[in-house]
Design a protein around this ligand. Sequence first.
Ligand SMILES: NC(=O)c1ccc[n+]([C@@H]2O[C@H](COP(=O)([O-])OP(=O)(O)OC[C@H]3O[C@@H](n4cnc5c(N)ncnc54)[C@H](O)[C@@H]3O)[C@@H](O)[C@H]2O)c1
Length: 389
Amino acid sequence: MKEKISRLQFLDRSAKLMMAGMLAPFITNGAELFQTRKVKIGLIGCGSVSGMYLPHLSKSPYVELVSVCDIIPERAKAAAAQYKVPNYYVHIDQQLAGAPFDLLVNLTDMQEHGRLNKLALLKKRHVWSEKPMANTYAEGKALLDLSKQQGVRIWGAPAVVNSPQFAHMSRMIQQGKIGKVSAAHAHYGHLGPTWSAFFYEQGGGSLPDLGVYNIATLTGLLGPAKSVMGMTSIVTPERTVDNKGKIKVVAEDNAMVLMDHGNGILSHVQCGFNYFDPYGHEGSGQDKPTISIWGTHGNLQLIGYDWAPFGVDVATHDHENTRREATDTGSYVWQEGASVISQSLATGNEPLIAAEHALHVLEVMEATRASQQTGKRIALKSTFRYPVV
Ligand SMILES: NC(=O)c1ccc[n+]([C@@H]2O[C@H](COP(=O)([O-])OP(=O)(O)OC[C@H]3O[C@@H](n4cnc5c(N)ncnc54)[C@H](O)[C@@H]3O)[C@@H](O)[C@H]2O)c1
């Protein structure tokens, strides 16, 4: 006979089991029992990206949307009405004290992530955070430690490691199909968001908004970086944005990151808010390579942005003509992070996305800025489970 447990006991137990590395027996014995469980979500930040998250979450069989919250009351009210969410709040304290939920989905300004994530963890809520997970590596590490003390979990965007194209490239690298990997390049840029000032203020920048995807992809494919050198600059010192009018740009809007992954592997990321890009912020129609990996027996090019890829161009020693592989995008979409985490909490199945990876990416971004300030190569201490796939 199957053991009957309450939903809260189940979520608590799944978090503890996952932390204790006891997943395999849990999945095998429990998958059937847990499949119909729904994770109760409280979503905070009803701005631009919530317009992608909410429709996606409302279709997930593992999700029950319990509340939305925004400091701009009409946004919270409108989101609740549009997506039939029963509760809305204008302050996180009200949300945490209000209708019970299991997972906070944090879609607020980047500068608010660390503070709000901590409040949720202190109330024993799991957290899915948009990037970055925190403002500094030290703050992010403290959040991860706190989550363990509290018996809950925290995860951070992006979800790039979930795409079938990432998996294809990773397997080819791990199976030695492109020989010894030596170098890689990634780029992502557009002319910058126009709606909110936080992207350009202290704690914002093109690194945590754009470079974060490429750094997650390259470290995910090539392994944790051992050290970083970087240069950053501000190309456009003043901008006009919808919520604050004319503002001074404080955070870098142009960045170059060099990573040493060990074993001789070097990679490069460039990102910025000053790239003319005919595909715009949505990236529709972008069909060019954005990630290139070179090995002694073959080269791989990821087609489309790494957050929305749709193929991998492959040329190898024994098949020199480039061919396109992994053209099936499956169910992957970039805004799936919180629904994948809900599925994971509901089934006990450990996701590919890992807090340690998000933290490592945060350390790389911080090291890039430290390198710009000091002119030095910066050694990193963080690492994560590798290979991811
Ligand atoms: N817009 C996108 O396409 C996109 C894509 C991927 C990731 N992101 C990430 O999503 C996050 C949000 O970006 P956005 O573009 O939606 O910004 P946004 O400015 O459109 O929305 C942020 C919302 O958070 C609210 N907010 C801020 N502080 C709050 C607080 N303390 N409590 C409650 N609500 C608060 C704001 O009022 C605003 O409505 C950022 O981390 C961004 O990097 C955005």
